[in-house]
Design a protein around this ligand. Structure first.
Ligand SMILES: [Cu+2]
Length: 335
């Protein structure tokens, strides 16, 4: 039957999407908000499939009747006006209205009001072309491109942007929310299971929009406490002479004008045009999820960011080999 032929591929595709374990799968939710969004998705999907089947069936019926008329074998004429009025005039609008209310209720549950409650753990995420600034204001902690949250706790996210409109979206945990310059948007995020969840900028923001990803790590409460303690430590004056030399290269090349390495070393680097590098070596990726954080990738990134990330707001710098080695030693010491 044609209707089956029409619907089967859609169902197959959906089943494939639902079963695939992509780290950004809306159909594989790991938090209360994402679960409601998934539920809404399935309800609308089933309604959509039902409408497709009904329309396909009516179309087939009309074709059959047309053929019968041509052959003169047409049976009794049905007066369809009643059916059409009741179906199109009453049932369809009622169903659409019910669905509208239902999706409104889901929306209200997904984005409940976020109060000023100072006690709630707060994370501030600021979008930049093309990376994420991450702050924990209650702990005086700054990071970039990776967010760590405790499992099972509702965390308050305050998001904004430094330049253009971005959108903060971690599909397995919560719906997307715009990051608007000059305006702070609030939302709750909660992960019910420990794990790593990939997020992605969901509003076109320039050439490397697609390379603007972030990771959210949900960890047990004790691990979160330990993480906070470790990340609040400042970067120390390096003891190793090589690393100390690398720090001098970092300052001489003016990396510190854009990148902060908060700590006791002087001059203190406080630049904020680029990601905070105080704990760079603990991050898994470079340049907002674009590259694994390895020595080779650090070299490639520093010598030519534009080749890796078109439009990236960092100038290329080429160093003589010994300076480069020292700089890499320094960057890799930032734990
Ligand atoms: Cu963006």
């Amino acid at each position: 039957m044609a209707a089956v032929r029409l619907v089967a591929p859609t169902l197959l595709l959906t089943a494939a999407a639902a079963s695939c374990s992509s780290p950004q799968n809306v159909l594989d939710p790991h938090g209360p908000a994402a679960m409601r969004i998934e539920e809404l998705w399935w309800v609308l999907f089933v309604m959509g499939v039902t409408v497709s089947i009904v329309v396909a069936a009516l179309l087939l019926l009309a074709i059959r009747r047309g053929r019968q008329r041509e052959r003169g074998t047409q049976g009794r004429e049905i007066n369809g006006h009643y059916l059409v009025s009741i179906g199109a005039g009453l049932i369809t609008p009622a169903v659409i209205f019910a669905l509208a209310i239902y999706s409104y209720v889901i929306g209200a549950g997904v984005y409940p009001p976020v109060d000023e409650d100072a006690g709630a753990l707060t994370v501030e995420v600021t979008g930049h072309q093309f990376w994420w600034e991450v702050r924990y204001p209650q702990y005086d902690l700054v990071s970039a491109n990776e967010v760590v949250i405790p499992v099972g706790r509702r965390v308050r996210f305050l998001v904004t942007s430094r330049d253009v409109i971005h959108s903060f979206w971690v599909p397995q945990l919560q719906g997307k929310i715009d990051m608007i310059p000059g305006h702070t948007t609030r939302q709750w995020l909660q992960a019910d299971e420990p794990g790593r969840y990939r997020g992605q900028c969901a509003e076109f923001c320039g050439a490397s929009h697609a390379l603007m990803a972030l990771w959210v790590f949900a960890v047990p409460e004790e691990e979160f406490g330990a993480w906070l303690d470790a990340r609040r430590q400042p970067a120390l004056e390096p003891a190793d002479p090589d690393v100390r030399e690398g720090r001098a290269v970092f300052v001489a090349a003016e990396c510190h004008l854009c990148h902060a390495t908060r700590g006791v070393a002087r001059p203190e680097a406080l630049g904020d045009a680029g990601p905070d590098l105080t704990h760079l070596a603990t991050r898994e990726t470079l340049a907002a999820g674009t590259l694994p954080n390895t020595r080779g990738n650090l070299t490639a990134w520093i010598s030519d960011p534009e080749r890796i990330k078109p439009g990236a707001r960092m100038p290329p710098t080429v160093f003589p080999p010994d300076q480069l080695r020292a700089l890499l030693d320094y960057l890799q010491s930032l734990r």
